[in-house]
Design a protein around this ligand. Structure first.
Ligand code: MG
Length: 379
């Protein structure tokens, strides 16, 4: 009993009084917050636009850019603040203007408890269709807030082993050989590289990387290949070059062609643009070998956790990825990383104006912070 009592005290969930089960404690006893006394004014959401500067101009099959707009959110309850973030690369259709319009609709002051996560996130989701990054910014802040109230990081709440975090890949964008070589050298601390392809110089990109390193590579074509036979030949060639999987080789509209490629490819074929949120499983099951989950595509941690479980039930591979983001959203996603096959959580490493501290990468492997919530602090 005494060790259980110490555990509950450490967790901040024992209000005192032998014989209490924490499952029967009131909200005040669980959190120290007495809602009915009027001390709490409900959940308060704040947000502000911010712009991330990319260290390198970033080129993928869809174009180039040097900045990414984000929205930084805070969710406050009884003087405890949870942090969240929406990252909005332009090709996904969200912007400072759309996120501002959406978040202005969100009024959480009528929720008496942040523990009503299911109700709160269902309310946020029904306010408008789409707006997944803006929705993720509320979901992440809510997870951070609840984790801080119960004084536990989310990987512990989910029962995950922090030793099982994967290596994260480091992204090499499409560029001239000398720039690619210098980026590969910059990626020295990482054990797996993600090479962007799909702009006509694919073999040159891979040969240039292979001239510098024998590390495993994954490739992301961003829908750049239009012909299934050419895609299969490339998959066979890439396998010989030590590539471990191919992300979104063909346009998401080419469903039958992609299913044929997946059936015949020696490498797993992963859906990114073709897979956004829970409802998309019926589109990708049997067509792709696996999915790339990103908080900004699916609306946050709650949906991402469910999707990982669904993918496993369907015997699909799982990758967790990110946009260019601060350490806030990247560290939130990393809380789930012990559950995935591959992680591509380098978005915070590609910017030079981060405003949070969170995960560390040690010898290429994700190291989860032991701090409560999503595990971030403001710089
Ligand atoms: Mg991708």
């Amino acid at each position: 009993m005494s060790s259980r009592r110490k555990f509950l005290t450490d967790c901040g969930i024992l209000a005192g009084g032998a014989g209490f089960s924490y499952l029967t404690l009131s909200h005040k006893e669980l959190t120290g917050i007495d809602i009915k006394s009027g001390k709490s004014s409900g959940l308060i959401l704040r947000f502000k636009p911010y712009e991330l500067n990319l260290k390198h101009v970033f080129t993928i099959a869809e174009g180039s850019r040097s900045k990414t707009p984000v929205m930084l959110t805070e969710l406050e309850f009884d003087n405890i603040i949870g942090y969240g973030e929406a990252s909005m690369p332009p090709y996904l259709g969200e912007s400072h203007a759309t996120a501002t319009a959406f978040l202005n609709k969100v009024d959480l002051t009528h929720f008496e408890s942040p523990f009503l996560m299911e109700d709160i996130l269902a309310y946020v989701d029904q306010l408008a269709p789409g707006n997944y990054a803006a929705k993720a910014s509320v979901d992440i802040a809510l997870h951070d807030l609840v984790g801080k109230i119960i004084k536990q990081p989310w990987y512990k709440v989910w029962g995950l082993n922090p030793e099982k975090t994967p290596n994260t890949s480091f992204t090499i964008g499409i560029d001239k050989p000398d720039v690619v070589r210098s980026k590969v050298r910059e990626a020295d601390p990482y054990r797996i590289l993600k090479v962007k392809l799909g702009q006509g110089n694919d073999k040159e990109m891979i040969e240039t990387v292979r001239g510098e390193t024998n590390k495993p590579i994954c490739v992301d074509v961003n829908q750049g290949w239009k012909d299934k036979k050419m895609a299969l030949e490339m998959a066979q060639w890439l396998k010989e070059k030590g590539v471990v999987f191919i992300e979104q080789p063909m346009p998401k509209s080419l469903v039958d062609e992609t299913a044929w490629l997946t059936q015949n490819s020696p490498l797993p074929i992963i859906a990114d643009e073709a897979f956004q949120t829970i409802g998309d499983f019926k589109k990708v099951h049997g067509v792709y070998s696996g999915i790339n989950i990103k908080l900004m595509k699916c609306g946050g941690l709650r949906a991402a956790y469910i999707m990982i479980k669904m993918a496993r039930a369907l015997d699909m591979k799982v990758m967790i990825g990110c946009m260019t983001e601060t350490s806030c959203a990247v560290t939130a996603a990393a809380q789930l990383s012990p559950l995935v096959d591959w992680a591509d959580l380098d978005g915070n490493l590609l910017i030079d104006n981060d405003v949070f501290k969170g995960i560390l990468i040690k010898d290429g492997k994700i190291v989860l912070p032991d701090t409560p919530g999503i595990g971030v602090s403001k710089i």
